[in-house]
Design a binder for this molecule. Structure first.
Ligand code: ADP
Ligand code: 5GP
Length: 197
């Protein structure tokens, strides 16, 4: 029987694009790669997380993050509105569940840019997700990028570098590693992995 309905017919699970999770140490270039990729392929939907971190200069509510208070985060967690959440370097971050599920249901490619703990939680709750690890060309280059970004004071950089050591040690838990030497190359490889090109 021919399918004639229009609009909101759900895409059958077997033909849905998989959820893709991009993780890697702070400063490795995740946001840079994702921004480059979405400039050419705006159809790739990136989940906007909620966070208790304060905005950096230029960051806007609803664009990079939903910037929430501790109390608001408590509520999101208590109401089961987050697909996953984690504490990272002194702040909490979480993925709003509803929007992700809606996009997957509609058959759109979905990307989460989250930390190692979040990636592990997604693997548990959605084993079909593909986990991509973004690695730096070297430890020295990671330190250079994180410091050179100039967005965090020295003590926050120290916390993030301590977390980076743990994240780098977990690389083998991921399905694939991309080394961020060239933003353009990594963005292209990610698009291929997501079946967008
Ligand atoms: P993350 O989102 O992983 O924390 P960012 O995207 O903020 O990292 O990148 C951290 C810094 O590294 C930024 O200053 C960015 O311009 C720089 N950067 C990102 N990718 C590269 C690359 N391939 N080569 C050189 N510098 C890079
Ligand atoms: P930043 O403060 O640099 O924007 O992000 C710090 C870390 O939190 C990064 O590793 C980033 O990927 C991660 N992160 C951002 N959003 C989420 C989220 O919703 N859940 C989890 N678990 N981590 C997140």
């Amino acid at each position: 029987m021919a399918a004639t309905s229009r609009g909101t017919t759900p895409v059958p699970p077997e033909s849905r694009p998989r959820l893709t999770v991009l993780s890697g140490p702070s400063g490795v270039g995740k946001s840079t790669v994702v921004a480059h990729m979405r400039k050419e392929h705006p159809e790739v939907w990136l989940s906007v997380s909620a966070t208790t971190r304060k905005p950096r200069p230029g960051e806007r509510h609803g664009v990079q993050y939903f910037f929430v208070s501790d109390e608001e985060m408590d509520k999101l967690i208590a109401n089961g509105e987050l697909l996953e959440w984690a504490e990272f370097a002194g702040n909490r971050y979480g993925t709003p569940r509803g929007a992700v599920l809606q996009r997957l249901e509609a058959g759109e490619p979905v990307l989460l840019e989250i930390d190692l703990q979040g990636a592990r939680l997604v693997r548990e709750s959605m084993p079909e997700a593909q986990l991509v690890f973004l690695a730096p060309p070297s430890w020295e280059e990671l330190v250079r990028r994180l410091t050179g970004r100039g967005t965090e004071p020295p003590e926050v950089i120290e916390r993030r570098l301590a977390a980076a050591k743990i994240e780098l040690a977990a690389e083998s838990e991921f399905d694939i590693t991309l080394v961020n030497t060239s933003v353009e190359d990594v963005a292209r490889e990610l698009l291929v992995l997501m079946d967008v090109v």
